[in-house]
Structure formats: C-alpha cells, structure tokens
Design a protein around this ligand. Sequence first.
Ligand code: ZN
Length: 294
Amino acid sequence: MEDYLVKATIYEGKVRAYAITSTNMVEEARKRQDTWATATAAMGRTLTITALMGAMMKGDDTITTKIEGTGPIGAIVADGNAKGEVRGYVSQPHVDFETNAAGKLDVARAVGTEGSLSVVKDLGLRDYFTGNSPIVSGEISEDFTYYFAVSEQVPSAVGAGVLINPNHSVLAAGGFIIQIMPGADDELITNLEKRIQSFPSISALIEEGNNPEQILQRLFEEEQIKFHEKMPITFRCKCSKERFEKAIIGLGTDEIQQMIDEDHGAEAVCHFCNETYHFEEEQLKALIEKNENV
Ligand code: ZN
C-alpha cells in the first residue's frame, strides 16, 4: 500500500484532522540510516508527525522538528513540507532495547524523559516561526501534544506508531493529529476527549491494516467526516553535489588546499539521507578556482 495522508474536518469545521500511513517512508529512512529497532520507532514516529505537520504548511514552506533528549539516541531531526516530502535522521542510529512493561518498543528509554522539542517553520521571504517545549515523556506523540498546547496554543491530540518486523524492517507506521479550532464548545471538547481516551493505540489500528480514512472513521464513528485532500508521502532529500560544492567553497581556499594535500580528495555525507558525494583532487582544485574568482 502506498503511503498517503488525508486532511479532514468534523463537527462543521470545528475540529480539524490529519491521518497518515507512512510505512514505506519510515522503512526508507531506516534503510538509509541503518537504525536499530528502538531507534527506528523513535525516528519513525518523529518523521510521521513531521509529515502531518508538513501538511499544515503552504506552498514552498518547510518545517523542521528536532527532539533533543538525554537518552542514548541523541537528537532526532526531521524536515517536512506541504508536498508530502519528508527526511530525517537520529544522531545515534544503533540503539535498541528490550520492549517495555507494556510490550512496546521502549522509545522513551532511547529518547530520554528530559530535554526539548523544537520546531522551526520556514515561511519563505526570510520569515521564520520557532517554537519550543520541554519533553514530557520521551514517547514522541505526547511530547508533540504538549508542544501544540503550550507553543502553538492549539489543543491537539497527536498519535504516531511504528511496528517492526522480526527482521527489523518496518511492518507498519502511521499516525494522526486532531486539532480543536476556535468556536468549539465545551460539550464538543468533552465528547472529543472521551473518544480519544477510549481510542485504541495507533499501532493496533495500523496492525489491523486501517488506512488513513479508516483511522478517522474509527475515531469519529457516526460523525460526518468531510475529507478535503489526499496527498502522497515520500522520503525525499533535497541534497545534491552542487549544494555540497557550495559548502566546500564556503570553507575557503586554505581548507580546500589542505584536503588536496592531505587526503587527495574529499568525501561529504548528507546527514538526512546518508548519500555520499566524492570529490576528486581535480574537482577540489576547480573549486579553489571558483572560490578565487568570486
Ligand atoms: Zn541528502
């Protein structure tokens, strides 16, 4: 099944909902970053939520989310945009633990239960929005729920789950974000809270093979859901050899000359997709020329 995301409104627009299946996108990230099971789950949940937040953006705007906890995984960084393109990495991919008391991958242990979550939205024309909140559980979904409440002041429920096969590939991944818009009354909010509290875990729903529409139908049952948009989700990195060339030129002539003298070339690796770019001695010499002609 292809990964996709749906946008919907319920209760005459007073509630906004986003749901996603992201199995292939998370598997692509796992293969590229060589993450072990618990790290895959932590990264996969973050990528899934970032894809959902990307769908809230417009045009060429981009969003970067970063979770920096005190756990062994280090930082988790993810980028998303309004086109459904997502990329991301963790600083320590080789992290795996026994499952926790609930029989789930122990994401909180990998991430840590203290630290910070930050969000940067690049809205074009040098306009940035940044938001921060502390990590509350290290389980990622709860941390983003808290982020929306304190940093964006939008009451939200965030869920993301990743299931791993015995061979460590991704069996299933997906999630949702439900947001209450201004104008929702207390009765509606109480009703929604009840639904979310009694909602099965997102992992269970994914395991049953629910698609994004079905996830929302399970949550809102008899309520009328108005689906607005369906968009494909892919792991995609915007790195290129040209971008790395610019970065190398930016290091300056002395630094490039050192690469030539000591290593007779250079190798650059993209954090986000793990793609390696090689630069031969001759190419580096050409970059020095470019630098000096600027
Ligand atoms: Zn890349």
